[in-house]
Design a protein around this ligand. Structure first.
Ligand SMILES: C[S@@+](CC[C@H](N)C(=O)[O-])C[C@H]1O[C@@H](n2cnc3c(N)ncnc32)[C@H](O)[C@@H]1O
Length: 516
């Protein structure tokens, strides 16, 4: 399995949601252990050694200093386009065991800050070697051990645990051993978590990513509310509201979505890997981070050579442009992402006389009467076609409903490549109609985007709005391109299907005349 930076795939997140921990109902956690003891097990990596005893200032800070700290809005991190704290981070990392590097943090064209080659780097070379002592996982030692104990006793899964850890360490400022790392993190990660509801409604009106963003924001809010209700409110001396609040959780989850990695060779653990998380993504490279048991560090193997001054990239995984925007806040240049896809929503018509039966088989197979399927420039999944068959199937095919729903579900292993020639034309037309209705939404947005109301009061706001609008235009252009391609293929198939039928009809009529 490849390591993917940040968040989770749709199916992974939905699948894991249902299996929330015993203590929490949280829909946020992509994959976490069902076995609570695993959450508390001691780390396979050496425990982080604290050089100086750290005062647990969350529980001991006076009210006055706590107030001073939190009155500034998210006082942690830096502006993402500045190199403000990068040199302090590099210095601290090398003093803390990071071996000499062939790369340095620099301002770059793609991704604002990134790692740039200092020397010639060969193809197939191992880079980084970040030792486990410099990696943040759910097992990392807390500067405030009581707070960590409480979370582990309550079987808090990895994602919210690390999010809380990050806030806890950040609030300790210089007293935390991660202070240099946290100071170099973006103060406001680029992520759809930071878009307001009205920005999502205005700019992503045509894209299904809007719904995914709303779901994610709801998940983060729900997770925070769960933690507050079940833990934070019971231990206010460890988790004061002024530090552990919705605003700080949004920040820490934004950091996790855009920087957390899953390390396959570390039993698939999720981790924040300082230094490695300065690498930006390229759709053209195919190399990813992992723990190397031999060198005992987090590494990646280059899949191409780099010359001094060139930016070095990794892959955050085979993600669509929408997924990259959702978690990382950027959209690759049009046509450069071979993994790009767009979600098409198909719905069973409520006025269908078999609506009830169809709904039943859909539910049985974990599907709903309105379902999203990914389209790629190269085609669409077999599940989508099966769903379309079910949506258009007439009552006399009711005995096949179950088979169609099973094939439409990605959870079953049943045969997917089903064909019903008698309703193929209707099924293709049904997909084409949904595709064209989606295209018209995109076209409307893109035509109007030139005049999207910039109702703003400050130049900073204007910049933000223009920036978000540009991201939305880039996303919608790339998504509509896939829909256009799908429309073209569907029309061609329908044309040849109809031409074939016509030919068959003519032959049939010819035979009729002959016999007459
Ligand atoms: C893991 S961090 C990489 C380091 C980051 N550039 C920084 O300065 O902290 C991921 C973030 O980098 C930026 N990024 C990564 N790859 C990018 C790309 N190809 N284009 C634009 N931004 C990118 C995005 O802001 C993303 O949220």
């Amino acid at each position: 399995m490849r390591l993917q930076l940040g968040s989770f795939s749709v199916s992974a997140s939905i699948g894991a949601m249902a299996e929330a921990s015993r203590t929490f109902y949280t829909t946020l956690i992509p994959r976490f252990s069902q076995n609570p003891s695993e959450l508390c097990r001691s780390s396979t990596s050496p425990a982080i050694l604290r050089r100086n005893p750290i005062r647990c200032s969350i529980s001991t800070t006076s009210n006055e200093s706590t107030r001073t700290m939190v009155n500034q809005k998210i006082p942690w991190g830096c502006d993402v386009d500045s190199l403000e704290n990068a040199s302090a981070l590099q210095k601290w990392l090398s003093e803390s065991g990071l071996p000499p590097q062939k790369m340095a943090i620099e301002r770059v064209e793609v991704g604002e800050r990134g790692l740039v080659a200092l020397k010639n780097i060969r193809k197939g070379e191992n880079l980084l070697f970040v030792p486990p002592s410099l990696v943040i996982t759910a097992d990392s030692e807390w500067s405030c051990p009581e707070a960590g104990e409480v979370l582990k006793r309550n079987f808090v899964p990895d994602w919210p645990l690390i999010a809380t850890y990050l806030i806890s360490e950040a609030s300790l400022m210089k007293s935390s051993r991660w202070s240099n790392y946290i100071s170099a993190l973006p103060r406001q990660p680029y992520s759809l978590l930071y878009w307001t509801r009205s920005e999502l409604d205005t700019y992503l009106v045509a894209s299904q990513i809007r719904e995914r963003a709303i779901e994610r924001i709801t998940d983060v809010t729900g997770t925070y509310n769960d933690l507050r209700l079940k833990i934070f409110s019971k231990y206010p001396h460890l988790f004061p509201d002024k530090v552990f609040n919705m605003e700080t959780f949004k920040w820490s989850f934004g950091i996790l979505f855009s920087r957390l990695v899953r390390l396959p060779s570390m039993d698939g653990r999720v981790a924040l890997v300082p230094w490695a998380d300065m690498l930006n993504h390229s759709c053209e490279v195919d190399t990813f981070l992992d723990y190397d048991r031999v060198s005992k560090g987090v590494v990646f193997t280059t899949d191409r050579p780099y010359q001094p001054g060139e930016q070095v990239f990794i892959s955050y995984g085979k993600k669509s442009n929408g997924e990259l925007l959702l978690s990382y806040g950027f959209v690759p240049k049009e046509g450069t992402n071979p993994s790009d896809s767009v979600e098409l929503s198909l719905s069973v018509n409520k006025s269908d006389i078999c609506y009830k039966e169809k709904l039943e088989v859909l539910r049985k197979n974990g599907l709903s009467p309105s379902q999203r399927f990914p389209l790629q420039i190269t085609g669409w999944p077999l599940e989508l076609m099966a769903y379309a068959y079910l949506a258009v199937a007439p009552p006399n095919m009711s005995r096949l409903f179950e088979e169609m729903a099973a094939a439409a579900s990605n959870k079953t292993t049943s045969k997917k490549d089903i064909r019903y020639p008698e309703i193929e034309e209707q099924a293709l037309q049904f997909i084409l109609d949904s595709c064209e209705s989606s295209i018209s939404k995109y076209t409307k947005f893109l035509q109007e985007s030139g005049s999207v109301d910039l109702d703003v009061t400050s130049p900073k706001q204007i910049n933000r709005k223009l920036f978000l609008k540009q991201l939305a235009v880039d996303l919608c252009t790339s998504e509509r391109r896939i829909l256009f391609r799908t429309q073209y293929i569907l029309r061609r198939r329908l044309r040849s299907l109809r031409a074939g039928e016509l030919r068959a009809l003519r032959i049939f009529e010819g035979f009729g005349k002959l016999f007459k």
